[in-house]
Design a protein around this ligand. Structure first.
Ligand SMILES: [Zn+2]
Length: 276
């Protein structure tokens, strides 16, 4: 087996699969391993036919990337015949306890891998709906990959609240690197009766509807592009729109020619998530 991605550090074929997928590739499913292991350790597990499980890729806590099945193969990963025939599956090393946190190295490797998968497969955009019905009823365009999660198909926490909560951010980061647009990714064609869960609220230090998870996402996005707080330090990811966050937002707005008001409205979100 030859690795599909140049990023792969460990190729360990697994016998646990159903051959080529019977549907076109339209989905991507990110899982948590429940163990801080190397990509090779996971590969050795999946190499055991008795284990009866596999994934296309695995990401180790150290950022190593394993490939266990070709991208064109249906893995045994998501407890769903339908999903695994449409999705490339990726297991990411995680803690063994809630919320199944992953290391920064693993997270960064995951983002690189996702961008690479999209580029090689002609996909320009990841699409995340925080709801199973919205995601599964959506008809993806040829250049889109819909993000799906194991917990929708089985009574499991997978991918854990940590990675699950990061799905909007993962989408935004990957799409920014692919040059995709914020609007299309956030509201992409959900049926009119369904609400795409990713609505970005107005956020500000004083007033507005500060959804903690969105403040958290804002802080991560600002931190990733190295905007510091008023105290001159790296932003603390605390989900609170505090003075340091306010300072970083205003600095970002100033740098990007936006109205410097400390309010994260559509224009600021758009810039932050990479829309042109
Ligand atoms: Zn899983």
């Amino acid at each position: 087996m030859i690795a599909d991605s140049k990023l792969v550090t460990d190729v360990i074929p697994s016998p646990n699969h159903s051959g080529k997928r019977i549907y076109p590739l339209t989905r991507i499913s990110i899982h948590c391993v429940v163990g801080q292991c190397y990509a090779s350790t996971l590969g050795e597990l999946f190499a055991d036919a008795g284990y009866e499980a596999s994934s296309n890729y695995g990401v180790g806590f150290d950022g190593s990337i394993g490939q266990y099945l070709p991208e064109s193969y249906r893995s045994w990963c998501t407890s769903s015949y339908d999903n695994d025939n449409r999705a490339i599956t990726i297991e990411v090393a995680s803690d063994t306890v809630e919320p199944y946190k992953v290391t920064k190295k693993a997270y960064d490797a995951l983002i690189r891998l996702l961008v690479d998968i999209c580029r090689r497969n002609g996909k320009k955009k990841l699409v995340w709906f925080g709801s199973k019905s919205a995601a599964l009823s959506y008809a993806p365009k040829d250049d889109e990959l819909v993000m799906t999660v194991h917990r929708w198909f089985a009574n499991k926490a997978c991918p854990g609240d940590y990675l699950y909560g990061l799905h909007p951010q993962i989408m935004a980061q990957v799409n920014r690197q692919l040059g995709g647009t914020f609007e299309a990714a956030s509201t992409a064609g959900a049926k009119k009766t369904e609400t795409a869960v990713l609505t970005f609220n107005f956020l500000a230090r004083s007033g507005y509807n500060n959804v903690p998870a969105q403040v958290k996402m804002l802080q991560r996005l600002l931190r990733d592009i190295r905007y510091r707080g008023r105290d001159g330090k790296e932003l603390t990811i605390n989900s609170r729109f505090d003075a340091n966050t306010d300072y970083a937002v205003r600095a970002f707005q100033k740098k990007n020619g936006l109205t410097v008001d400390g309010v994260v409205g559509p224009a600021t979100w758009k810039k932050l998530t990479g829309a042109k």
